[in-house]
Design a protein around this ligand. Sequence first.
Ligand code: IPD
Ligand code: CA
Ligand code: CA
Ligand code: CA
Length: 260
Amino acid sequence: SHDRTLLDDERLLGALDVVLETGALQRESLDEDVVVEYKSRGELVTEVDSRSQERIVAHLRREFPTHGVLAEEGATADDRRRCRWIVDPLDGTTNYYHGFPTFSISVALEVDGTLELGIVYDVPGDDVYTGIRGSGAFRERTPITVSEESALERSLVGTGFDVDTTPSVETLAAIVETTQGVRRTGSAALDLIHVATGRTEGFYQGGLSPWDVAAGAVIVREAGGRITDYGGTGGLAGLESGDIVASNGLVHDALRNRVR
Ligand code: IPD
Ligand code: CA
Ligand code: CA
Ligand code: CA
C-alpha cells in the first residue's frame, strides 16, 4: 500500500521492505504481553525489540554484504566499514510496553562519515518518512517541509529525557516560559519527524544515542531544518555528543540559547 515511485534510491528500497514488515509485526503484538528485561529502572528492552533488530540486521547483511551495521541492542559487528547502517529497531520501547501508540523504527545509512539517507517509520500511524541527502524529505510521496514560524513565543517545542537521570529543570522551565508549549512523545525519531513536518518548531534532548537521531537528522535537514549539538555545531556533532537541538532553522539559536 506504500507508494514507492519516488523512492528510486536502491539503498533506500533495499531497506524499506524489512522496515515495513517489522513494523507490521510490532503492531500485531502491541496488545500482547511481551517479555521484558530491564537495563535499568527507566530503560526497558522487550522481546519485540530483540526480534525486530534480528530481522532488520539479518536483512541488511544479506542485502548489503559489504556494509557495516550499528544497532541499539548489541550483537553488531563490522560497524567501521565505509558504509554503515545505523538502526533503532524500536524507538519508544517504554510506550510500546505500555501499549501507548507512539513508537517508530529508525534506519539511516552513513557513507564515509556523512549521513546519506534516513527512514523513520511511524508504526502505529503506518506512515513512512524518508530523506535522501540532496533529494528532499517525504511523507510517503509527499514532500515535507519545516514550519515558517520565526518567533519562539509562537513555537511548539518537543523534548525527551532519560528517566534514570534528572533532566535540567532550569532548561525545561525556560522553554515552557518562552514558547506556546512543550511536548514529550517518547520517541526521539518521531520528535525529529514532528520538526521535519512543521508540527513543532523545535526539539531538544540530551544523552541520545546515534540510532535515536541519525535517520531523523537527514530528514530534518532535507525538510529545510537545522540540527546541531547544544553548542551549535552541525554535521555529526550532535550525533556524537548525543545532545541535540533540531529546529526549523528560524528559531534555532533562540531555542538553543535556552538549553543548558
Ligand atoms: C528512547 C526514546 C525516547 C528518549 C530516550 C530514548 P528507546 O529510545 O527515543 O524518546 O527520550 O532517551 O532512549 O530506548 O525507546 O529506543
Ligand atoms: Ca532502548
Ligand atoms: Ca531509541
Ligand atoms: Ca530502541
